[in-house]
Design a protein around this ligand. Structure first.
Ligand SMILES: *Cc1c(COP(=O)(O)O)cnc(C)c1O
Length: 395
């Protein structure tokens, strides 16, 4: 019998939907043209490029001219932050950036780079126990030299959705540029960049059932930041290089599907996620659910299981065919557990026992029930081998 495989890591990446692949395929062969060329091959590629741009724009209520294709979420974050920082520093507007402690590394490491090498000053705001940034804290952190506020739309580890509209309002009242990393949000929850007052927003295709290595940066009309790649005239000269038409077409289709299915996507994922949370909390003692229960990405589940380590949970889950992730040290590639879990106040030992399971469009009710049947035994087995557990039980 083939090994059972249940994918529960949709926040890490998603499979490409069949409709998306189908739309991409012709652009590798017959439709291979360079979108800058002045003959039919070029015109066809250009038309496909602009159609995709419209679809991505439509997902977030932007104008197509405000959507710039990039190689993904990390590049969009880097461009928005460095582009704004260098442009505004050069114009003498200041050198202070406000962000939060729970941002994705694409934002955090970019801010640290500017701080260490280019004389920028960065305020890393604390979050509350749900992982929320308080808009009042943003207001209080603003100084005369503040040029950029960058706060993520929704957190990739604990799923907390930030009060973006309020934070954008604070930025606007103080005439400061506002960027948000919406890689986990765009396509998973409704976003209206106009109504929300967002100046720049990062997005990625492979988190919404599109291909990897493609994403976009929304730059509101009138916002000037340094160009990213110098060269040809592509992307209005702001990011040069021959466009990856198949990937862009795929991203466009994925964005269209996400928009069409949004309501159903949210209700289905939320229902399955809630069942999983409920089922596990009922069966496994000494368990904490991390992140906000109210303002949470539809597919996100993040538990901390006391007395054990995330790696052990992942290994055993994988043995049972379940793919998940953890914020524990080994899996985060450093000695410390996830900066997000530490920022919401979890002690090291509890952060180490964390597990993220993300539900997606291909997750079935049977998958959820299988996890509810399997996971408690895994936790029990690991605890039975844990000296910490034994010590706590003998207290
Ligand atoms: C995945 C992710 C990124 C990086 O996007 P890539 O397209 O993989 O470069 C950035 N921010 C958040 C919140 C993410 O979840």
């Amino acid at each position: 019998m083939e090994k059972k495989r249940i994918y529960m890591d949709y926040s890490a990446t998603t499979p490409v939907k069949k409709e998306v692949v189908d739309e991409m395929l012709p652009y590798f062969s017959e439709g291979f043209g360079n979108a800058s060329s002045f003959y039919d091959y070029g015109h066809e590629a250009k038309a496909a490029l602009e159609k995709a741009r419209e679809r991505v724009a439509s997902l977030i209520n932007a104008e197509p001219a405000e959507v710039f294709f990039t190689a993904g979420g990390s590049e969009s974050d880097n461009w928005a932050i460095k582009g704004a920082a260098f442009e505004l520093q050069r114009k003498g507007k200041g050198n202070h950036i406000i962000t939060s402690k729970i941002e994705h590394h694409a934002v955090l490491h970019t801010c640290e780079y500017l701080e260490k090498n280019f004389g920028f000053e960065v305020t890393y705001l604390d979050v509350d126990e749900d992982g929320k940034v308080n808009p009042e804290d943003v207001r209080k952190a603003i100084k005369d030299n503040t040029i950029l506020i960058t706060i993520m739309f929704a957190n990739n580890e604990i799923g907390t959705i930030e009060p973006i509209e309020e934070i954008a309002k604070v930025a606007k009242e103080n005439k400061i540029l506002f960027h948000t990393d919406a890689v986990q949000a765009a396509g998973n929850i409704p976003i209206d960049v106009k109504a929300m007052g967002i100046d720049m927003m990062s997005m990625s295709s492979h988190k919404i059932y599109g291909p990897k290595g493609i994403g976009a940066l929304y730059i509101r009309k009138g916002v000037k930041i340094d160009n990213l790649v110098h060269g040809g005239a592509q992307e209005k000269r702001r990011r040069a290089g021959t466009e990856n038409i198949p990937a862009i077409v795929g991203y466009g289709k994925a964005a269209e599907l996400a928009k069409e299915n949004l309501e159903n996507h949210i209700s289905e994922l939320t229902r399955k996620r809630n069942r999983l949370i409920e089922g596990i909390l009922e069966k496994v003692p000494y368990t904490k659910i991390n992140g906000s229960l109210e303002d949470r990405l539809p597919g996100n589940v993040n538990f901390s299981f006391e007395f054990i380590e995330g790696e052990g949970i992942l290994l055993l889950l994988n043995h049972f065919g379940i793919s998940a992730s953890s914020g524990s040290a080994c899996t985060s590639g450093s000695l410390d557990p996830s900066h997000v879990l530490l920022s919401i106040g979890l002690p090291h030992e509890i952060a180490h026992g964390s597990l993220r399971l993300t539900v997606g469009d291909f997750t079935t009710d049977e998958d959820i029930e299988y996890i509810i049947e399997t996971l408690p035994g895994i936790i029990e087995r690991l605890r039975s081998m844990s000296p910490l557990y034994e010590a706590a039980m003998n207290k």
